[in-house]
Design a protein around this ligand. Structure first.
Ligand code: APR
Length: 257
């Protein structure tokens, strides 16, 4: 069930079997969960974290994405997140995001997107139900009292505590409501599609293994798949593959980009 890079067929026709199987699993799903990571946004122009051009090649997570880093050097951390936020504001969801959102809206099926991404691109593409496991870069919150900040330029909360990005850092727990909702959806799902994650950061990655444990069919879309059997691997990118497997009946399964 792995992809067949380098086969005699063109890359797309060589994967025809996997794409057809994925399409029919999605069509017959009762409750579909979509689980996404940084690779989902890569073709919109947002770098992933690991791998050759990943963000963690140029920066050390412990210097930027931990509570200790923020407490030590709040301005360094804030400016790194400001840079990422500015980048995110300039990019657009790609046709993979759009195909997925359109399917969630129009398929008539129960579905939910659970994402580790903090960029809000699923919401901007119109996905109706998105659970953000790692929070959101699009707002700040107080590092002391947790209250959400209304002003992105403010530095202190009304309680006097320092404002920080609304994301989850290494060493911090995931938001309880997001975990509860994710587990509720996964425990009831029969098909999960995992897109663009290295599945190494826990506890979020544990969601994928939970779906496998309960016997759901798991499909992975990734140019370099990482998940173990019996996952159905589709070697390819989100922008290329999602319009093919999340087709709502438009010509060639392509949605306008
Ligand atoms: N389409 C699909 N997948 C892709 C694409 C693409 N265009 N480009 C890269 N990928 C895949 C890579 O092969 C890799 O497996 O996306 C994955 C990205 O992995 P990571 O960079 O580790 O991102 P992610 O799994 O989301 O990281 C988890 O780590 O630092 C943290 O908090 C951060 O939420 C993040 C968490």
């Amino acid at each position: 069930m792995t992809g067949k890079p380098g086969g005699g067929d063109s890359p797309v026709s060589g994967r025809r079997g996997e794409i057809d199987r994925a399409t029919s699993l999605i069509e017959s799903a009762r409750n579909l969960v979509i689980f996404t990571g940084a690779g989902m946004s890569a073709e919109s122009g947002i770098p992933t974290f690991r791998g050759e051009d990943g963000l963690w090649q140029g920066y050390r997570p412990e210097h930027l994405a931990t509570p200790e880093a923020f407490e030590r050097s709040p301005e360094v951390v804030r400016s790194w997140y400001r840079w990422r936020r500015d980048l995110i504001e300039k990019v657009q969801p790609h046709r993979g995001h759009q195909a997925l959102a359109s399917w969630c809206l129009h398929s008539g099926k129960k579905s939910c997107v659970i994402t580790q991404n903090v960029d809000g691109l699923h919401q901007r593409s119109g996905c109706p139900d998105v659970v953000e496991l790692h929070g959101s870069i699009r707002h700040d919150r107080c590092h002391r009292c947790g209250q959400r900040a209304l002003d992105l330029d403010a530095v202190f909360c009304s309680c006097g505590g320092p404002l920080r990005p609304g994301v989850v850092w290494f060493g911090e727990p995931l938001p309880e409501a997001a975990v509860d909702r994710s587990l509720e959806q996964i425990d009831d799902c029969d098909v999960m599609v995992v897109i663009g994650t290295s599945a190494v950061v826990h506890p979020a990655a544990g969601m994928v293994f939970r779906a496998l444990e309960i016997g759901a069919s798991v499909i992975e879309v990734n140019p370099a798949p990482v998940l173990p059997a019996p996952v159905l691997h589709i070697s390819g990118t989100a922008k290329e593959i999602l319009p093919r497997i999340f087709s709502t009946g438009s010509v060639n399964g392509e949605n306008p980009a």
